[in-house]
Design a protein around this ligand. Structure first.
Ligand SMILES: CC(C)(COP(=O)(O)OP(=O)(O)OC[C@H]1O[C@@H](n2cnc3c(N)ncnc32)[C@H](O)[C@@H]1OP(=O)(O)O)[C@@H](O)C(=O)NCCC(=O)NCCS
Length: 166
């Protein structure tokens, strides 16, 4: 058992696990027809996903540290959005020594990320926050607000009232 544990925690083994996850996720998220099955795929790759979520086609979650991505309840992540938790490169260079960071991403209950967004390491997308299509989310957001653009900025506060589902 101990031997198996140390095998699993070996850096080379982790790279292989990440590569398999990357392949399975990229392929699966492109062809699996139902959101509920795409949710299962994300969970099986290590992403924490709450209940009642909609996950679009070709949503990609960072497979190197999938466990650091937390998606709350009733979250929508539209097609072609990518969520990254690491800034690291296996290529040895001055840049890869300078930029070496792993930071978790949290998407809180009721948030909706539009199609084709990029969510960067360390970001928390707050409860009931809407992120417009094609945005790059570099900083954490406030709840019940619309953000859009690259880098995305707050556009307005949303009055959700009774329409909020969380
Ligand atoms: C954000 C969105 C919902 C519009 O919300 P809205 O409350 O109607 O906002 P408005 O259209 O009034 O836009 C408000 C401002 O934000 C800007 N804006 C809206 N969406 C934007 C986006 N995705 N990127 C950049 N700016 C955007 C508008 O140009 C406008 O700017 P202005 O005030 O300078 O004119 C819509 O633009 C959007 O991105 N929808 C997501 C589509 C999608 O992903 N579909 C897949 C579904 S699974």
């Amino acid at each position: 058992m101990t031997r198996f544990k140390s095998f699993k925690s070996h850096p080379a083994t982790q790279l292989v696990i990440a590569a398999i996850r990357r392949y399975v996720m990229a392929f699966g998220m492109a062809i699996i027809p139902l959101s509920c099955l795409r949710v299962l795929l994300l969970r099986s790759c290590g992403v924490r996903v709450g209940k009642g979520c909609y996950i679009g086609f070709n949503v990609i979650c960072d497979t190197n540290y999938a466990e650091l991505i937390t998606i709350g309840d009733h979250v929508t992540i539209s097609h072609h959005t990518a969520i990254y938790v690491h800034t690291e490169s296996p290529a040895e260079s001055p840049l890869s020594a300078l930029y070496k960071q792993v930071r978790p991403v949290t998407i809180e209950n009721g948030a909706w990320i539009g199609a084709g967004c990029i969510v960067l390491p360390g970001v928390t997308i707050a409860q009931d926050c809407m992120v417009g299509a094609g945005s790059v989310v570099a900083k954490s957001t406030e709840p019940s607000s619309l953000y859009a653009g690259n880098p995305c900025k707050k556009i307005k506060t949303l009055s959700l009232g009774l329409h909020s589902n969380t």
